[in-house]
Write a protein that binds this ligand. Structure first.
Ligand SMILES: Nc1ncnc2c1ncn2[C@@H]1O[C@H](COP(=O)(O)OP(=O)(O)OP(=O)(O)O)[C@@H](O)[C@H]1O
Ligand SMILES: [Mg+2]
Length: 486
């Protein structure tokens, strides 16, 4: 259905992709995996036709429809939730407007016996047929179904989208793409902003999806449920596995073990042959054999061990001042966004070393509670901090607060004070910004790289109560207190 042929992309002298190829077939369910910055989002942009590769090309039929949900996006303001979602049906909406005009004309009933009037009736009839055939009578109920599935309430439908958070606006975009039912669906981390119920709904929807899907996700379960094929991007190459994520992880280990074994066998064979040649080189009686061994050696197709990207974050949190036993205590903590009571009479204590998770549906108040504790939200009731509590807050949209035109180095250097100033490079190195990467502008970083950079920024100041919005078990061994909201 679509072929990527010998795609190459270069950034600042380094190959992101080096003549990499693969095929997407009708009904394929592909999980695209690889580290942050491996090039997953870039590859989706190339398939969607939004970015040109420097080498190679994409071959696809002209009439193929592609739907693309980007990892980060800009939103349009001004419409209600329902109307914005309905934009998925632009041609139908235009046809609908035309039918209205024609209907008004017919209703006027002028010159009813003229040819022009008969033609108008015919046109109207034909337009109505087309409207019905294209799903005009079900577009509203389809839109409703998908919006409800993605977690919207009916009361949200007439609300203007401008007031919704980034996560909710992303859902509207997702709804539009799903409503268009493209032949090929490209989804870049669609579950990032979804709560568990919406993820489950999306799983069900995608499982029955009649087209092909290429999915980028860091959520293993989601990948396992949806995909049947996994393409790994590693150091500029694509590796194709005919299996869902968990099985791919096993297969990769098996493949590597096999590769190592054949590599070692070959090395041994080469060594033995070289020894033989060396030993009998000047012996006339063995001349023929030596010649044949030399030929044999030249013919050997040398097995190469694929390089593996083993980089991982190595970082020790700076020693934070020790806090008292009780870090935070609340009583009768209440938050009202009129007319709604979000939090009511909360009573809890967090002690030093506690790791607490706030869980709940979107909109239940996890972020609000975190912001109250971080001191950036008003509340009623009592909130008390223990001795020496130092709070670090990593908000949901932290990465958005970075300045696009600064370089990675400047971002940290501008924040660092005192002794940390001399350690900016090693801090960045620990967060995997080595070599030239520290001179990159923030705006070209991948989603994961941005998150990593804002985490590094947060950690410049030692804290003993960390409040995070995090999906991964990043900080298991940390000694200090931690609040996770999921
Ligand atoms: N204009 C550019 N100049 C230099 N480097 C760039 C440019 N555009 C992108 N990059 C780099 O290309 C790499 C690939 O980015 P991409 O967004 O495709 O990664 P990704 O695999 O989607 O990562 P993530 O999992 O974090 O979303 C990143 O290291 C990014 O910094
Ligand atoms: Mg990405």
């Amino acid at each position: 259905m679509l072929a990527l042929s010998e795609i190459s992309v270069w950034f600042t002298g380094k190959a992101l992709f080096d003549e990499a190829s693969f095929l997407i077939n009708k009904n394929d369910r592909i999980g695209l995996v690889g580290k942050n910055g491996a090039g997953k989002s870039t590859l989706l942009k190339i398939i969607a036709g939004l970015q040109e590769p420097e080498g190679g090309g994409i071959f696809k039929p002209n009439d193929i429809t592609i739907g693309y949900l980007p990892q980060e996006m800009e939103h349009q303001d001004g419409r209600t939730v329902f109307d914005e979602a309905l934009q998925a049906f632009k041609p139908l909406l235009e046809l609908d407007a035309k039918i209205h005009v024609m209907g008004d004309e017919v209703a006027k009933g002028e010159n009813v016996h003229s040819d022009a009037y008969m033609k108008l009736l015919d046109d109207l009839h034909e337009a109505n047929d087309r409207f019905s055939m294209m799903g005009g009578y079900t577009m509203e109920s389809d839109t409703e179904k998908i919006l409800l599935g993605l977690g919207f309430n009916r009361e949200d439908f007439p609300r203007i989208t401008d007031t919704f958070s980034g996560g909710w606006r992303m859902r509207i975009e997702l709804a539009k793409i799903l409503l268009q039912k493209p032949d090929l669906l490209l989804l870049d981390e669609p579950t990032n902003h979804l709560d568990i119920e919406s993820i489950q709904w999306l799983e069900g929807f995608l499982k029955d999806y009649p087209g092909a899907i290429v999915l980028v996700s860091h959520d293993r379960v989601f990948l396992d449920v949806i995909t049947t094929r996994t393409i790994e991007i590693n150091l500029g190459k694509f590796h194709d596995y005919n299996a869902p994520y968990s099985r791919y992880v096993e297969m990769r280990v098996e493949r590597r073990t096999l590769q190592m074994a054949s590599f070692e066998n070959q090395q041994k064979m080469i060594e033995d042959t070289e020894k033989f040649i060396e030993r009998f080189r000047y012996k006339a009686s063995k001349a023929v054999q030596v010649q044949s061994r030399i030929k044999q050696l030249n013919k050997v197709d040398r097995i190469e061990i694929e390089e593996e990207d083993l980089s991982s974050i190595k970082f020790r949190f700076p020693d934070a001042p020790r806090s008292g036993k009780v870090v935070v205590a609340t009583s009768h903590l209440t938050k009202i966004y009129p007319p709604k009571t979000i939090l009511e009479d909360l009573e809890f204590e967090i002690e030093r070393g506690d790791k607490v998770a706030f869980v709940g549906k979107n909109g239940e108040g996890k972020s609000t509670l975190s912001r109250i504790i971080a001191g950036i939200e008003t509340y009623n009731g009592t909130l008390e901090f223990g001795h020496n509590t130092k709070i670090g807050f990593y908000a949901q949209n932290q990465a958005e607060t970075l300045t696009g035109d600064k370089t990675v180095f400047q971002t940290i250097d501008d924040e660092a004070a005192g002794e940390m100033r001399t350690k900016v490079r090693s801090l960045l190195g620990a967060f995997l910004f080595g070599g030239d990467a520290i001179d990159k502008k923030v705006k070209v970083l991948s989603g994961g790289e941005k998150s990593r950079l804002s985490l590094a920024k947060l950690l410049l100041t030692p804290v003993n109560l960390l409040i995070l919005k995090q999906k991964k078990r990043l900080l298991r061994r940390n000694q200090n207190s931690l609040i996770l909201h999921i």
